[in-house]
Design a protein around this ligand. Structure first.
Ligand code: GBH
Length: 499
């Protein structure tokens, strides 16, 4: 597709939301304070070899104690919105009774944000299930969906007078397939049946919570955030490769999009998941709940994928044929014992020689244009649902100078620039995209990679907890302030200031 916004200055529509995103477990720390109990990530991080470097979330970015400074930082970056998640194990420890001291933290945070003119965007579940609920069966147990809806209402009751945007789940593909089949994320299970049941119960939890919030708060903006890819066949003229791409699209994207936005699992997905028990967990009445109308679809996009029916002849530099594209290096978490999709047979990932980030993920901005255009055409446009890019960003091997400054203008800034241009291309093609959130505000706990991977537009020095805005952060602050992505040639090497 021709790119119309390749280099010149690009102005976004008035009212476009500029934000940055984080997640509770990745930044808060204070994991045993004010009544919070273990989540599955606290427990998983204690498993030898589960997280690179033996890292855990005990301190992270110490945001629990530094939230005021962090909100001031966001204000200095001119952010209009802040997407964060609430910790279930803080709000309802062990998944049990509401905890006023835990809720009070989010109360303070929301007030601080509003005082700084930053809209709070709450995500209720960003992967941190209370361990007690995992012990009771976790997401493969249907009961967890009902407990999630209860927790959602507790959070809404405390914050709903001030928080207007409610996202139920972040990336259910990750909290089901990657966590219960791939074993790479907490709770580290490796069962295809568990992964399929988890996926359905996450969707059910989304539907129950969305319906309950709508009921008590008809003007709330209710949504779901999904991680999506663009699956291209290696050889578009080879029907087997085309079928492999359709299968990857089905198991990665459509398994989650179709139930929510079209009211049913697609026929091919049903067929692929039947051997792993999908029909045993779907009950009458589930799909109408799951397809409760939403107002916003959050899209997390990092990379596209190029798939074939056969493995690549040569595995390119340091990259294994892993479905998640994770680089096979010393920092990489433990291997999948099975690929993290229920039916990976006949789906092989091939590198395309595109530049890669420090995660080993290919940089493919035009995929974001195609993804948003397709979503608008096939899913959200017909339903009148707004699109938001709720995560996009990149890890690179940052080098900080003596002042902690990282000049990432050659990589992270360029990544954000290219993807924002891709978003504008989608808007120009008619997609109703209303906002963009950089992942992430801060370097933080990158799940199985621990602190070894840095996605922040602000550097975190973990020894001192000092935050230093990177070149990409200064640039993004200007974009947020002006609503304009500046001429690319003016950016390279330019002296950028945050104000
Ligand atoms: C997000 O996960 C999370 O929401 C966030 O917490 C995390 O820190 C951030 O991204 C960075 O990892 O197309 O088969 O190669 C993103 C997880 C990343 C999982 C891309 C799938 C590519 C799969 N996704 N990955 S594939």
């Amino acid at each position: 597709a021709p790119t119309s916004n390749a280099t010149g200055a690009v102005a976004f529509p008035p009212g476009f939301v500029w934000g940055a995103a984080t997640a509770a477990f990745q930044i808060e720390g204070a994991t045993a304070e004010d009544g919070r109990t273990d989540s599955i990530w606290d427990v998983f991080a204690r498993v030898p070899g589960a997280v690179a470097g033996g890292d855990d979330g005990a301190v992270a970015c110490d945001h629990y104690h530094r939230y005021r400074d962090d909100v001031a930082l966001m204000r200095s970056l001119h952010l209009g919105a802040y997407r964060f998640s609430t910790s279930w194990a803080r709000v309802r420890p062990d998944g049990g009774a509401p905890n006023p001291r835990g809720l009070a933290f989010y109360d303070r945070l929301v007030d601080e944000l509003l005082a700084a003119d930053i809209l709070p965007w709450v995500t209720l579940y960003h992967w941190d299930l209370p361990q007690a609920l995992e012990d009771a069966g976790g997401w493969p147990a249907r009961e967890t969906a009902y407990r999630f809806a209860d927790y959602a209402m507790t959070a809404h009751e405390a914050l709903g007078d001030r928080v207007r945007v409610w996202t139920t789940l972040n990336e259910p593909w990750c909290s089901s397939f990657l966590s219960y089949i791939g074993g790479e994320h907490a709770p580290g299970r490796t069962s295809r049946r568990d992964g399929v049941a988890a996926a359905h119960h996450l969707l059910l939890g989304h539907g129950l919570a969305a319906a309950a919030i709508r009921e008590v708060d008809p003007t709330a903006v209710v949504g779901l955030t999904v991680n999506l890819t663009v699956a291209d066949p290696v050889d578009p003229a080879n029907p087997a490769d085309v079928a492999a791409a359709a299968k990857h699209d089905g198991l990665f994207n459509r398994t989650f999009l179709d139930p929510v936005l079209r009211g049913d699992y697609p026929a091919d997905v049903r067929e692929w998941l039947a051997p792993y028990g999908l029909d045993d967990v779907v009950r009458d009445g589930d799909l109408p709940l799951i397809s409760t109308p939403i107002d916003a679809l959050g899209v997390n996009y990092y990379n596209g994928s190029s798939v074939a029916a056969t493995p690549p002849a040569v595995v390119d530099a340091g990259v294994t044929d892993r479905p998640d594209g994770v680089r096979d290096d010393a920092d990489a978490p433990r291997r999948h014992t099975q690929a993290p999709t229920p039916s990976p047979e006949g789906v092989h990932h091939h590198g395309r020689g595109l530049p890669r980030t420090a995660m080993g993920w290919e940089v493919q901005p035009e995929g974001l244009t195609r993804l948003l255009t397709r979503l608008h055409r096939d899913y959200t446009g017909p339903a009148g649902v707004a699109l938001y890019v709720t995560e996009n960003g990149a890890a690179y091997d940052d080098v900080a100078d003596d002042d902690g400054f990282v000049d990432d203008s050659g990589d992270r800034l360029a990544y954000l620039d290219a993807h924002l241009r891709a978003v504008k291309d989608a808007i120009d093609a008619g997609a109703d995209v209303r906002g963009y959130f950089a992942w992430s505000l801060l370097d933080n706990f990158e799940w199985a990679h621990g602190y070894s991977k840095r996605f922040g537009i602000v550097r975190t020095d973990y020894a001192t907890q000092r935050r230093t805005v990177k070149a990409s952060g200064r640039w993004y602050g200007q974009v947020a302030r002006t609503g304009v992505v500046p001429d690319a040639s003016a950016v390279a090497g330019a002296d950028q200031s945050a104000d």
